[in-house]
Design a protein around this ligand. Structure first.
Ligand SMILES: NC(=O)c1ccc[n+]([C@@H]2O[C@H](COP(=O)([O-])OP(=O)(O)OC[C@H]3O[C@@H](n4cnc5c(N)ncnc54)[C@H](OP(=O)(O)O)[C@@H]3O)[C@@H](O)[C@H]2O)c1
Length: 232
Protein backbone atom coordinates (compact mmCIF):
# COMPACT_ATOMS: atom_id res chain seq x y z
CA UNK A 1 0.00 0.00 0.00
CA UNK A 2 1.42 3.38 -1.08
CA UNK A 3 0.72 6.45 1.02
CA UNK A 4 0.88 9.80 -0.74
CA UNK A 5 0.67 13.41 0.43
CA UNK A 6 -0.22 16.16 -2.06
CA UNK A 7 0.12 19.74 -0.87
CA UNK A 8 -2.50 22.22 -2.08
CA UNK A 9 -4.76 19.38 -3.20
CA UNK A 10 -8.13 20.94 -2.43
CA UNK A 11 -8.45 22.20 -6.04
CA UNK A 12 -6.75 22.49 -9.41
CA UNK A 13 -3.92 20.20 -10.44
CA UNK A 14 -3.43 18.89 -6.90
CA UNK A 15 -7.08 17.79 -6.68
CA UNK A 16 -6.91 16.03 -10.06
CA UNK A 17 -3.63 14.35 -9.09
CA UNK A 18 -5.28 13.13 -5.89
CA UNK A 19 -8.26 11.77 -7.86
CA UNK A 20 -5.98 9.79 -10.17
CA UNK A 21 -3.77 8.42 -7.39
CA UNK A 22 -6.78 7.33 -5.33
CA UNK A 23 -7.98 5.49 -8.46
CA UNK A 24 -4.50 3.90 -8.73
CA UNK A 25 -4.88 2.53 -5.21
CA UNK A 26 -2.82 5.02 -3.20
CA UNK A 27 -3.89 6.15 0.25
CA UNK A 28 -3.93 9.89 -0.44
CA UNK A 29 -3.67 12.77 2.01
CA UNK A 30 -5.16 15.96 0.62
CA UNK A 31 -3.04 18.76 2.07
CA UNK A 32 -5.00 21.99 2.40
CA UNK A 33 -4.33 25.18 4.33
CA UNK A 34 -8.07 25.54 4.93
CA UNK A 35 -9.47 22.60 6.92
CA UNK A 36 -12.99 22.96 5.48
CA UNK A 37 -11.84 23.05 1.86
CA UNK A 38 -9.53 20.10 2.53
CA UNK A 39 -12.22 18.04 4.21
CA UNK A 40 -14.75 18.67 1.43
CA UNK A 41 -12.20 17.76 -1.24
CA UNK A 42 -11.13 14.60 0.61
CA UNK A 43 -14.76 13.50 0.99
CA UNK A 44 -15.35 13.91 -2.75
CA UNK A 45 -12.18 11.94 -3.52
CA UNK A 46 -12.32 9.15 -0.99
CA UNK A 47 -9.05 10.51 0.42
CA UNK A 48 -7.87 11.73 3.83
CA UNK A 49 -7.61 15.40 4.70
CA UNK A 50 -4.70 16.97 6.54
CA UNK A 51 -4.38 20.65 7.37
CA UNK A 52 -1.15 21.90 5.88
CA UNK A 53 -0.06 25.48 5.19
CA UNK A 54 3.34 25.23 3.53
CA UNK A 55 4.36 28.66 4.85
CA UNK A 56 3.81 27.65 8.48
CA UNK A 57 6.33 25.54 10.42
CA UNK A 58 3.81 24.46 13.07
CA UNK A 59 1.22 23.39 10.51
CA UNK A 60 3.76 21.36 8.52
CA UNK A 61 5.18 19.73 11.67
CA UNK A 62 1.67 18.81 12.84
CA UNK A 63 0.83 17.29 9.43
CA UNK A 64 4.04 15.23 9.53
CA UNK A 65 3.22 14.00 13.05
CA UNK A 66 -0.30 12.99 11.98
CA UNK A 67 0.87 11.08 8.91
CA UNK A 68 3.72 9.46 10.84
CA UNK A 69 1.29 8.29 13.52
CA UNK A 70 -0.96 6.83 10.80
CA UNK A 71 1.93 4.72 9.45
CA UNK A 72 4.26 6.89 7.35
CA UNK A 73 4.68 8.27 3.84
CA UNK A 74 5.96 6.93 0.50
CA UNK A 75 5.19 9.70 -1.99
CA UNK A 76 5.31 13.47 -1.49
CA UNK A 77 3.91 15.77 -4.17
CA UNK A 78 4.96 19.38 -3.54
CA UNK A 79 2.17 20.99 -5.53
CA UNK A 80 1.03 24.04 -3.53
CA UNK A 81 1.96 27.19 -5.42
CA UNK A 82 1.03 30.79 -6.04
CA UNK A 83 1.51 33.33 -8.81
CA UNK A 84 1.00 36.80 -7.33
CA UNK A 85 2.28 38.89 -10.22
CA UNK A 86 -0.29 37.83 -12.81
CA UNK A 87 -1.55 40.88 -14.68
CA UNK A 88 1.23 43.15 -13.41
CA UNK A 89 3.90 44.82 -15.49
CA UNK A 90 6.59 42.18 -14.97
CA UNK A 91 10.09 43.44 -14.28
CA UNK A 92 8.92 47.06 -14.11
CA UNK A 93 6.53 46.25 -11.29
CA UNK A 94 8.15 43.44 -9.33
CA UNK A 95 9.03 44.29 -5.74
CA UNK A 96 11.05 42.56 -3.06
CA UNK A 97 7.78 41.90 -1.23
CA UNK A 98 6.33 40.13 -4.29
CA UNK A 99 9.48 38.03 -4.55
CA UNK A 100 9.35 37.21 -0.83
CA UNK A 101 5.67 36.24 -0.90
CA UNK A 102 6.17 34.04 -3.97
CA UNK A 103 9.31 32.36 -2.65
CA UNK A 104 7.69 31.84 0.75
CA UNK A 105 5.12 29.46 -0.76
CA UNK A 106 6.80 28.09 -3.89
CA UNK A 107 10.37 27.64 -2.65
CA UNK A 108 10.60 27.87 1.15
CA UNK A 109 7.31 25.96 1.37
CA UNK A 110 8.70 23.15 -0.75
CA UNK A 111 11.85 22.96 1.38
CA UNK A 112 9.89 23.22 4.64
CA UNK A 113 7.67 20.27 3.64
CA UNK A 114 10.60 18.24 2.28
CA UNK A 115 12.58 18.78 5.48
CA UNK A 116 9.65 17.82 7.72
CA UNK A 117 8.78 14.67 5.77
CA UNK A 118 12.32 13.44 5.04
CA UNK A 119 12.43 11.18 8.12
CA UNK A 120 9.19 9.50 6.99
CA UNK A 121 10.31 9.17 3.37
CA UNK A 122 13.64 7.67 4.45
CA UNK A 123 11.73 4.85 6.17
CA UNK A 124 9.74 4.06 3.01
CA UNK A 125 10.95 1.13 0.86
CA UNK A 126 10.32 3.21 -2.32
CA UNK A 127 10.33 6.93 -1.54
CA UNK A 128 9.26 9.36 -4.27
CA UNK A 129 9.12 13.15 -4.40
CA UNK A 130 7.49 15.19 -7.18
CA UNK A 131 8.15 18.91 -7.14
CA UNK A 132 5.62 20.73 -9.29
CA UNK A 133 7.74 23.23 -11.17
CA UNK A 134 6.86 25.06 -14.42
CA UNK A 135 8.14 25.41 -17.96
CA UNK A 136 8.88 28.98 -16.90
CA UNK A 137 11.66 27.58 -14.70
CA UNK A 138 13.64 26.71 -17.82
CA UNK A 139 16.37 29.26 -18.64
CA UNK A 140 16.50 27.75 -22.12
CA UNK A 141 12.80 28.26 -22.75
CA UNK A 142 12.56 31.71 -21.22
CA UNK A 143 15.53 32.94 -23.27
CA UNK A 144 14.68 31.27 -26.59
CA UNK A 145 12.94 33.83 -28.79
CA UNK A 146 9.63 32.51 -30.12
CA UNK A 147 9.64 29.52 -27.80
CA UNK A 148 7.16 28.77 -25.03
CA UNK A 149 7.85 31.04 -22.07
CA UNK A 150 9.80 33.77 -23.90
CA UNK A 151 6.91 36.25 -23.82
CA UNK A 152 6.07 35.76 -20.13
CA UNK A 153 6.98 39.07 -18.45
CA UNK A 154 6.92 38.08 -14.77
CA UNK A 155 9.98 37.73 -12.58
CA UNK A 156 8.98 36.30 -9.19
CA UNK A 157 7.14 33.18 -10.42
CA UNK A 158 9.77 31.94 -12.92
CA UNK A 159 12.57 32.73 -10.47
CA UNK A 160 10.78 30.73 -7.76
CA UNK A 161 10.31 27.73 -10.03
CA UNK A 162 13.94 27.88 -11.21
CA UNK A 163 14.84 27.67 -7.51
CA UNK A 164 12.51 24.66 -7.16
CA UNK A 165 14.46 22.98 -9.99
CA UNK A 166 17.76 23.57 -8.19
CA UNK A 167 16.29 22.29 -4.92
CA UNK A 168 15.19 19.20 -6.85
CA UNK A 169 18.60 18.34 -8.29
CA UNK A 170 20.45 18.96 -5.02
CA UNK A 171 18.03 16.83 -2.98
CA UNK A 172 18.17 14.12 -5.65
CA UNK A 173 21.97 13.97 -5.36
CA UNK A 174 21.82 13.95 -1.56
CA UNK A 175 19.22 11.16 -1.39
CA UNK A 176 20.01 8.68 -4.18
CA UNK A 177 17.65 6.08 -2.70
CA UNK A 178 14.74 8.41 -3.47
CA UNK A 179 13.26 9.32 -6.86
CA UNK A 180 13.04 13.13 -6.76
CA UNK A 181 11.97 14.94 -9.91
CA UNK A 182 10.62 18.31 -11.06
CA UNK A 183 7.68 18.42 -13.45
CA UNK A 184 6.05 20.97 -15.75
CA UNK A 185 2.28 20.31 -16.07
CA UNK A 186 1.86 22.70 -19.03
CA UNK A 187 -0.39 25.72 -19.27
CA UNK A 188 -3.54 24.47 -17.55
CA UNK A 189 -6.86 26.14 -16.82
CA UNK A 190 -6.92 26.69 -13.02
CA UNK A 191 -7.47 29.52 -10.54
CA UNK A 192 -3.68 30.18 -10.64
CA UNK A 193 -3.99 31.76 -14.10
CA UNK A 194 -7.66 32.85 -13.84
CA UNK A 195 -8.45 29.89 -16.11
CA UNK A 196 -6.39 31.25 -18.99
CA UNK A 197 -4.59 27.95 -19.52
CA UNK A 198 -5.44 25.93 -22.64
CA UNK A 199 -5.10 22.47 -21.10
CA UNK A 200 -7.58 20.66 -18.87
CA UNK A 201 -6.52 19.59 -15.37
CA UNK A 202 -6.72 16.00 -16.63
CA UNK A 203 -4.01 16.82 -19.20
CA UNK A 204 -1.98 18.93 -16.76
CA UNK A 205 -1.94 16.32 -14.00
CA UNK A 206 -0.66 13.61 -16.37
CA UNK A 207 3.07 14.12 -15.71
CA UNK A 208 2.54 14.70 -11.97
CA UNK A 209 0.68 11.40 -11.69
CA UNK A 210 3.28 9.58 -13.82
CA UNK A 211 6.24 10.82 -11.77
CA UNK A 212 4.39 10.10 -8.50
CA UNK A 213 4.29 6.45 -9.61
CA UNK A 214 7.90 6.19 -10.78
CA UNK A 215 9.60 2.99 -9.68
CA UNK A 216 12.99 2.56 -8.00
CA UNK A 217 14.69 2.08 -11.39
CA UNK A 218 13.14 5.28 -12.74
CA UNK A 219 14.78 8.68 -13.17
CA UNK A 220 15.80 11.04 -10.38
CA UNK A 221 17.04 14.63 -10.45
CA UNK A 222 15.20 15.24 -13.73
CA UNK A 223 12.85 17.84 -15.18
CA UNK A 224 9.97 16.50 -17.25
CA UNK A 225 6.74 17.36 -18.98
CA UNK A 226 4.26 14.87 -20.45
CA UNK A 227 6.38 14.59 -23.62
CA UNK A 228 9.78 13.96 -22.04
CA UNK A 229 12.81 15.74 -20.59
CA UNK A 230 12.91 19.55 -20.59
CA UNK A 231 16.02 21.69 -20.99
CA UNK A 232 17.11 23.42 -17.78
N1 LIG B 1 -1.95 25.96 -13.96
C1 LIG B 1 -0.84 26.02 -14.70
O1 LIG B 1 -0.85 26.40 -15.89
C2 LIG B 1 0.48 25.61 -14.11
C3 LIG B 1 1.58 25.48 -14.97
C4 LIG B 1 2.80 25.11 -14.43
C5 LIG B 1 2.90 24.85 -13.07
N2 LIG B 1 1.81 25.00 -12.26
C6 LIG B 1 1.98 24.71 -10.83
O2 LIG B 1 1.03 23.72 -10.45
C7 LIG B 1 0.79 23.81 -9.03
C8 LIG B 1 -0.71 23.78 -8.78
O3 LIG B 1 -1.26 24.96 -9.32
P1 LIG B 1 -2.74 25.05 -9.94
O4 LIG B 1 -2.58 25.55 -11.31
O5 LIG B 1 -3.48 23.81 -9.67
O6 LIG B 1 -3.32 26.28 -9.08
P2 LIG B 1 -4.56 26.43 -8.08
O7 LIG B 1 -5.80 25.80 -8.64
O8 LIG B 1 -4.55 27.87 -7.71
O9 LIG B 1 -4.14 25.53 -6.82
C9 LIG B 1 -3.09 25.93 -5.99
C10 LIG B 1 -3.20 25.15 -4.70
O10 LIG B 1 -2.12 25.56 -3.84
C11 LIG B 1 -2.70 25.87 -2.58
N3 LIG B 1 -1.87 26.77 -1.79
C12 LIG B 1 -1.50 28.03 -2.07
N4 LIG B 1 -0.77 28.53 -1.06
C13 LIG B 1 -0.68 27.55 -0.11
C14 LIG B 1 -0.08 27.44 1.15
N5 LIG B 1 0.59 28.46 1.71
N6 LIG B 1 -0.17 26.26 1.82
C15 LIG B 1 -0.85 25.22 1.28
N7 LIG B 1 -1.47 25.27 0.10
C16 LIG B 1 -1.38 26.43 -0.59
C17 LIG B 1 -4.06 26.42 -2.89
O11 LIG B 1 -4.88 26.43 -1.74
P3 LIG B 1 -6.11 27.48 -1.52
O12 LIG B 1 -7.30 26.88 -2.22
O13 LIG B 1 -6.23 27.54 -0.04
O14 LIG B 1 -5.69 28.79 -2.14
C18 LIG B 1 -4.51 25.43 -3.95
O15 LIG B 1 -4.96 24.24 -3.33
C19 LIG B 1 1.48 25.10 -8.59
O16 LIG B 1 2.73 24.78 -7.99
C20 LIG B 1 1.70 25.85 -9.89
O17 LIG B 1 2.79 26.76 -9.81
C21 LIG B 1 0.60 25.35 -12.74
Amino acid sequence: MTTTLITGANKGLGFETARRLVAAGHTVYVGSRDPGRGRRAAERLGARAVRLDVTDDGSVAAAAATIEADGGLDVLVNNAGIQVELGTDGAAAVTADMMRETFDTNVFGTVRVLHAFLPLLRRSPAPVVVNVSSGLASFTRVTTRGGPGYAYPGVAYPASKAAVNMVTVQFAKAFPAMRINAVEPGYTSTDLNHHGGHQTVEEGAEIIVRMAQVTADGPTGGYFDAHGTLPW
